[in-house]
Design a protein. Structure first.
Lengths: 112, 115
């Protein structure tokens, strides 16, 4: 069974805190790792697609790293803001055409 | 450029009825993917289609579920003789011709409730 695990399941932080969460995925047959941001009642919004071991991507205060050999990716948010409150999903593509395998997400709540 | 459109956003059906969910991909996108989110679960892949072709249906239940993406018009996910266990949120995503391994752009989902 191919599983993508995300931790923690939920996270509560204060505005201004920096935070990070983890995505673990199978290290075999790796093609791509995706991060999405999903606000309630909206569409999941693509943040990053990462394909190479050692990749680092950045978008504003959000960044991500990738280790394909050990099968994990970290998402970092620097100086969290209330508008960062959302569920952050990672999805692994193991080469089965377009089949993305999603984790259950990390739900982030940022208190003002 | 309009995003991925799904309709209806909410659909209520009684057991035994048919549900038809529509997905219009982003302009220029020829790859469509359907995912399902059951209560308390993550998104699960169902099917991947290109125009007039099913590429991967490994996540589709063997019975009652079918999907199409015709040459013209939206992609349709059809569920025949719905049961209570089909109640879920169904999401469609699309990607451009170049990249079934690239970003998939998601629609807002259709929430199906089976009474």
């Amino acid at each position: 069974i191919l599983n993508v695990e995300q931790s923690p399941q939920s996270l509560h932080v204060q505005e201004g805190d920096s935070t990070n969460f983890t995505c673990s995925f199978p290290s075999s047959n790796f093609y791509a790792l995706h991060w999405y941001r999903w606000e309630t009642a909206k569409s999941p919004e693509a943040l990053f697609v990462m394909t190479l071991n050692g990749d680092e991507k950045k978008k504003g205060r959000i960044s991500a790293t990738l280790n394909t050999k050990e099968g994990y990716s970290y998402l970092y948010i620097k100086g969290s803001q209330p508008e960062d409150s959302a569920t952050y999903l990672c999805a692994w593509n193991g080469g089965s055409q377009g089949n993305l395998i999603f984790g259950k997400g990390t739900k982030l709540s940022v208190k003002p | 450029n309009a995003g991925v459109m799904q309709n209806p956003r909410h659909l209520v059906r009684r057991r035994g009825q048919e549900a038809r969910l529509r997905c219009s991909p982003m302009k220029g996108h020829s790859h469509v993917y359907w995912y399902r989110q059951l209560p308390e679960e993550g998104l699960k892949f169902m099917v991947y289609l290109q125009k007039e072709n099913i590429i991967d249906e490994s996540g589709m239940p063997k019975e009652r579920f079918s999907a199409e993406f015709p040459k013209e018009g939206p992609s349709i996910l059809r569920i025949q003789q719905v049961v209570r266990g089909d109640s879920a949120a169904y999401f469609c995503a699309s990607s451009p011709p170049s990249g079934q391994f690239g970003t998939q752009y998601f629609g807002p989902g259709t929430r199906l409730t089976v009474l």
